[in-house]
Design a protein around this ligand. Structure first.
Ligand code: ASP
Length: 449
């Protein structure tokens, strides 16, 4: 059994849906389970519709047009969608009535994107001679907590999915087409798993059923060594460990949901990132296989709009419990910390949002000197740095040559990532140059210097 996940770009128009049908057909012997995002940019559109409704305007015209056109072109009767359209309108009217798009209502609204896409694709698969059925994700047993907008999948989900498939599926029965991203909480409310969450749904299903592979189909040849919108000479990464992929997603590569590697990683199910525009290219495999020496350096990422917090206090020297005191404040204010570097008398750390920051500064200032720097960027190198003196030498050379100050350095314990915090305005320049020296031109350090 395999999971095949197709994102919005793979479903952007009727031609793309036909292409998805072709790819699924080619994989029929592996017993595919299809997981889908909403069509194209429909999730963004639904968000806009929700905001408009909260300001008093109901407008579902574009949403309806997109799906109706697609159905017409695929020869699917759009009247099958009447009750879904009615439900969508009801949700929009509810939002208009209360004048606010609450997190609960937002999740209900966003769920219509995936509800439409699974119905369209499953009907189309039937049209091309494949047996198929669309399911709701809660029907197959996906259950979450009630943190709307970023819900956590509960452990019982895995057993639920397993039981559901054992009961309802024999190999080569109907292809299940399942919405990614959306779920229901234990109290029956619709929830969503965070943007890009259909990768996570695919990973959870793959792990629950111990599938041979989870394929995620994108519009690029695999995971690239850097963001192609900044760097032209990127390379496709052939293989990543789960840890590397996790760091990569967390530190800015938009290729996979940052948590989607966790369920599959725990069960050792490979994730195969493939290109739906060129299905025969090899793509990127994420698995537990560790790389041999020489394949260590994988990617360069950049995450912007970071806040750097520098905390200094002579009281730290030789004392115990000081760090606990600091992090209790973060805990109480529910602020998540990303990178940390400490010395005997100071700590630097980064945050990716600034909610509660005034209160944080106030509380920390009671016993330390606090400085905040906004608009920072984390430039991060992913991969095991077997050759680290040379690699680091080249990176420092770039910062020196470009006259860019480094505000903080952090290397995680897993040693698959080293991160540099710099002013956001220099970030693109820095990654272009670092990519050139580390991924494009293999010039020895001695020659560069
Ligand atoms: N449709 C959702 C989004 O746009 C989920 C996904 O695409 O994975 O974020």
């Amino acid at each position: 059994m395999i999971v095949m996940k197709f994102g919005g770009a793979a479903l952007k128009n009727s031609e793309r849906v036909k292409n998805v049908g072709k790819i699924v057909k080619q994989h029929i012997k592996y017993n595919p389970i299809v997981v889908l995002s909403a069509v194209g940019d429909v999730t963004d559109l639904l968000l806009e519709m929700g905001v408009k409704a909260s300001h008093g305007t109901i407008d579902n015209k574009f949403f309806t047009e997109i799906h109706e056109k697609m159905c017409d072109e695929l020869n699917i009767d759009f009247s099958n969608f009447n009750s879904l359209i009615e439900d969508l309108n009801k949700t929009l009217f509810d939002v208009k009535k209360v004048g606010i798009l609450t997190p609960e209502k937002r999740d209900v609204l966003l769920s219509f994107g995936e509800k439409f896409s699974v119905k369209i694709v499953s009907t189309y698969l039937e049209k091309i001679g494949l047996k198929s059925r669309a399911y709701d994700s809660w029907e197959i047993g996906i259950i979450t907590d009630s943190s709307h907008g970023n819900a956590k999948i509960l452990d019982e989900t895995y057993e639920n999915i397993k039981k559901f498939f054992e009961k309802n599926f024999t190999p080569f029965s109907k292809i299940p087409v399942i919405p990614g991203f959306i779920a229901k909480s234990f109290n029956g409310e619709i929830t969503t798993l965070g943007r890009g969450g259909s990768d996570l749904t695919a990973s959870v299903i793959g792990a629950a059923l111990k599938c041979e592979e989870i394929q995620t189909w994108k519009d690029v040849d695999g995971i690239l060594s850097a963001d192609p919108s900044v760097i032209t000479n990127t390379k496709v990464i052939k293989h990543l460990s789960y840890k590397e992929a996790h760091e990569l997603a967390f530190f800015g590569a938009k290729i996979l949901h940052p948590h989607s590697m966790i369920p599959s990683g725990k069960k050792n199910i490979p994730i195969h990132v493939k290109n739906f525009l060129s299905p025969n290219s090899t793509g990127t495999i994420i698995s537990s296989k560790t790389d041999e020496k020489g394949e260590g350096l994988k990617a360069l990422t950049c995450r912007k709009d970071i806040t750097l917090v520098n905390i200094e206090s002579p009281e730290m020297i030789g004392k115990y419990g000081f760090l606990a005191q600091i992090f209790t404040i973060f805990k109480n204010l529910k602020i998540s910390v990303d990178l940390i570097a400490t010395s005997e008398a100071s700590i630097s750390l980064t945050l990716d949002n600034t909610i509660n920051i005034e209160e944080l500064v106030k509380r920390l200032s009671n016993f330390s000197d606090v400085k905040i720097k906004r608009k920072m960027a984390i430039v991060s190198l992913i991969g095991i740095h077997y050759n680290s003196p040379t690699i680091l030498g080249k990176i420092f050379y770039v910062f020196h040559k470009e006259k860019i100050n480094i505000e903080m350095i952090s290397q995680g314990a897993s040693k698959v990532n080293i991160a540099f915090v710099i002013d956001e305005k220099y970030a693109d320049r820095a990654i272009k140059e670092i990519h050139k020296y580390l991924f494009e031109e293999k010039i020895p350090l001695e020659v560069i210097m």
